[in-house]
Write a protein that binds this ligand. Sequence first.
Ligand code: FAD
Ligand code: NAD
Length: 367
Amino acid sequence: QVADTLAKEGCSSPSYDWFQTDSSVTIVIYTKQKDINLDSVIVDHQDDSFRAEILIKDYSYIIHVELSHEIEEDFSVRVVENVGKIEIVLKKKENASWKRLGHPLENHNSLIPRKDTGLYYRKCRLISKEGVTHDTKLFCLMLPPSTHLQVPVGQHVYLKLTITGTEIVKPYTPVSDSLLSEFKEPVLLNNKYIYFLIKIYPAGLFTPELDQLQIGDFVSVSNPEGSFKISQFQELEDLFLLAAGTGFTPMVKILNYALTNIPSLRKVKLMFFNKTEDDIIWRSQLEKLAFKDKRFDVEFVLSAPTSEWNGKWGHISPALLSEFLKRSSDKSKVLICICGPTPFTEQGIRLLRDRNFSKEEIHSFTA
Ligand code: FAD
Ligand code: NAD
């Protein structure tokens, strides 16, 4: 049935094969898809289980085996994009010849709807924790050497901790380590680090526990999720970002990506809503970026400013939006991204729809 549905969407079922040399084993996956890249491949080798999940549209193709022999911790992943071929090269611990790849485990060699795969976690080490505002910190986690995972722009992951015997899971959106470092594809950096900007709520369930972790402690990180697609940037001319509080987090990679990779882009504007000046995340980086790149503008709006504040204030409103949403030309291709507390996002979407922006022109970030 899944194969039928895929066939209707123009996909045929993936398959795999493997071969070996004295020192390596290569698993080759034929996805028969053109839009496969390194973001589409998630590989983990944990304990006795070797698992590769290939994201193909709304499906996952899974290779899941208990390998017949031991391998070294690190492996390499290559994608031949134009034919959708993936090669995972494992290093043998011993030069013996393998008679079989291994013993099949759950869902091995099957294609299943992504919503049915469940969240898969690996343990990541806390590398650093740095204050950003009075209540928000930049956390750096390191993926294990035996994991290949890249979180696509606009997507989030789930972090999991066991708190007094119960597993607690919350979603967080990875960011770049800074807005000003040159944006490079994680592939080029062979990046093993994932950064998060996380606000600590003293009465919260999860964040105080996260904040208590020591450098070197572990947090479980899930596979990425989210509906944002890079293709939404195609031919884009005006990008408007509406962020409130930590709703700024998806905008970080979006900003970096759009300013670096979208040649059609003329203007990127961020309207950043916070309670007070002290709550503004990366204010000076945003101001520096606006100075450095003339296509980018930032405006701060405070809902509880002090009397010294002479900038914009209030909640999201028709007046603030009408001034902000000036397109570079009448028919320019526009995308508006919005993220923040649910009432903020809902109100924002209503106001944008009232201004006749279409559903395709608005992307809201939610769980
Ligand atoms: P919670 O226990 O959820 O409490 C949050 C606040 O609400 C606290 O102030 C608490 O005192 C108050 N509260 C809780 N229960 C009640 C109640 N019954 N009545 C009144 N007040 C109450 N956050 C980030 O910081 N960074 C991110 O990158 C990020 N990305 C996200 C991505 C997605 C897709 C989503 C949906 C959310 C994201 N969040 C992010 C928010 C994050 O998932 C958590 O909701 C947040 O960290 C709070 O978790 P907590 O368990 O510490 O607090
Ligand atoms: P906050 O309480 O500091 O508020 C920031 C601003 O949001 C306020 O200054 C105000 O302008 C606006 N706001 C707050 N409540 C509002 C309301 N009722 N109506 C209109 N505007 C309102 O925000 P915070 O504590 O940083 O919370 C950020 C929120 O963003 C969290 O709820 C978090 O779950 C959400 N978030 C979602 C995602 C996602 O879905 N992808 C990612 C990151 C954060």
